[in-house]
Design a protein around this ligand. Structure first.
Ligand SMILES: [Zn+2]
Length: 494
């Protein structure tokens, strides 16, 4: 009877139990999610229960407004509630609506509500809203969860009720498929990527922890894309080495319209959600989405630097995405250059190209032209740094070998901050490298011009003039093109 006993233990340890049930409309699409929560732990200081849901999340509006059929009950019966809304926030954070019990409550408390899924809306920003994709649905926890905010719960058991869904359906979150335990307070559920429905799925054989799921009908061959992503995952892992191939859930939602302009996923903790439509936007093709997937997965290994800094997390990720898929023969040189050049054009033509990192960080989230500067500027910086390291060491040390001890130290709990990065620069290249780093990346005042072979032996630097978008002066910059004739033989392997 060990199975029963373990299940009982899991239940005791889970102070909050959450079940998500997607329900279908007559046409087979997911029209709503029905959520049931059972709070078994007490509230902090015995205060009446308080619940919260986001009012909005970046570009997704009316989250709390959409919640219907909310019922909260304890042993005394129905729990009356009053609501208050946070004042609007200007940062990337969400403001919340709070539902507070107007009488004393006692656990266990049952909470249930219904959340209608969003029809597809073309919008920029990360894919946070719960939107229909084919016969499935996907988005993020912040897009639909209403959760206790003053419980003492430190574990949530999350599971799926797929009884209204097609037989081959799955329910997946960042934490994994099916029933999962999520450590931490209930608010951890807001950070999850979520996907449910009849999905294409690919699970890499061990030791890779890679799984991928796709709902809806994308404009590319779904199975081929998921298998490519699995190979890419292994190649990133063996390049960075320091953390193996941990559990990862790649989710793709193909919405029932044109692809949106974004495929971002943020957070970068063990999962990502890629957004695609039924048809491509003018600039998109299969390569665009391969690059997007590679970029999002690379974030797991690049990780964060203390206080977060886009020059590091995005700059390094763009550099790796522009070089590693070519070294691993996962993309052709032209395909690697494609993503890099798009990023560089956006950097060179941005009004923020010479702004300091601080000024860029302080600019509004939706000012993408400025917020994206560290992607291109950072990629140029890391490409140049890699070249400097190779030159100084006569080919014995490169960016990967120089960063490795820093990434290991972060993995082992010592953290990684800008001072650690600067100490590495001083060790490898001397004081002048720290000065350069400040001028080029932190202050943004000095232009970076990496050598022609800075993005690998298959690409070369080309000077170009970008027409200005707003009728101002055109700007000069650089892009990288495949060498073509005379390129090393390895560049011709597809
Ligand atoms: Zn990124």
């Amino acid at each position: 009877m060990s199975l029963g006993r373990n299940a009982g233990l899991a239940q005791e340890a889970s102070a909050l139990v959450v079940v998500v049930k997607p329900v279908r409309a007559a046409d087979g699409t997911v029209s709503a999610l029905e959520i049931r929560e059972q709070l078994q732990s007490s509230t902090r200081d015995g205060a009446p229960l308080s619940l919260k849901a986001a009012l909005s999340a970046i570009t997704v509006k009316h989250i709390a407004d959409s919640i219907t059929n909310l019922q909260v009950t304890d042993a005394q019966g129905s729990v009356p509630l009053t609501t208050t809304d946070d004042p609007p926030v200007t940062s990337d954070d969400s403001a919340y609506r709070h539902w507070k019990a107007t009488r004393q409550t006692n656990s266990p408390i049952a909470i249930s509500y219904r959340f209608p899924t969003n029809p597809t809306v073309a919008r920029r920003g990360p894919p946070l809203g719960m939107e229909r994709a084919g016969q499935g649905v996907a988005g993020s926890g912040i897009g639909f969860f209403l959760l206790p905010e003053n419980s003492t719960s430190e574990t949530t058991r999350l599971s799926w009720d797929l009884s209204d869904m097609p037989t081959d359906s799955v329910g997946v979150t960042t934490a994994g498929g099916g029933q999962v335990n999520i450590a931490g307070p209930p608010s951890e559920l807001f950070k999850l990527w979520v996907l449910a429905g009849p999905a294409l799925a690919v699970h890499a054989p061990p030791p890779s922890g890679f799984s991928a799921y796709l709902v809806g009908t994308p404009p590319f061959d779904g199975t081929e894309m998921l298998k490519w992503a699995s190979k890419a995952y292994s190649s990133i892992g063996s390049s960075f080495q320091y953390m193996g191939l941990p559990k990862y859930n790649l989710m793709i939602r193909a919405l029932d319209g044109e692809s949106l302009g974004t495929g971002t996923a943020g957070e970068g903790r063990g999962a990502s959600l890629i957004n695609v439509g039924k048809t491509y936007w003018p600039d998109q093709d299969r390569t665009y989405f391969r690059n997007t997937i590679f970029h999002e997965m690379t974030h797991q290994w690049v990780g964060l630097i203390k206080d977060r800094a886009s020059w590091y997390e995005e700059g390094l990720t763009v550099y790796v995405t522009a070089t590693l898929p070519c070294e691993s023969h996962l993309l052709s040189p032209a395909e690697c250059a494609d993503d890099l050049n798009r990023t560089l054009e956006s950097y060179y033509t941005s009004e923020g190209r010479n702004w300091s990192q601080q000024k860029i960080t302080d600019s509004p989230f939706l000012n993408e032209g400025v917020r994206d500067v560290p992607y291109g500027r950072g990629a140029l910086y890391f490409a140049n740094l890699n070249s400097q390291l190779l030159t100084k060491s006569h080919g014995r040390r490169d960016l990967e070998t120089a960063l490795h001890p820093l990434l290991v130290a972060r993995r082992d709990g010592s953290g990684l901050d800008q001072a650690d990065f600067e100490a590495m620069l001083r060790r490898e290249l001397g004081r002048v490298a720290v000065t350069e780093f400040h001028e080029e990346v932190i202050d943004g005042t000095k232009e970076i011009v990496p050598p022609s072979n800075a993005f690998g032996p298959c690409l070369m630097r080309v000077r170009v003039t970008f027409p200005s978008e707003k009728g101002g002066n055109s700007v000069n910059g650089y892009v990288w093109h495949p060498i073509g004739k005379g390129a090393p033989a390895l560049c011709n392997i597809p």
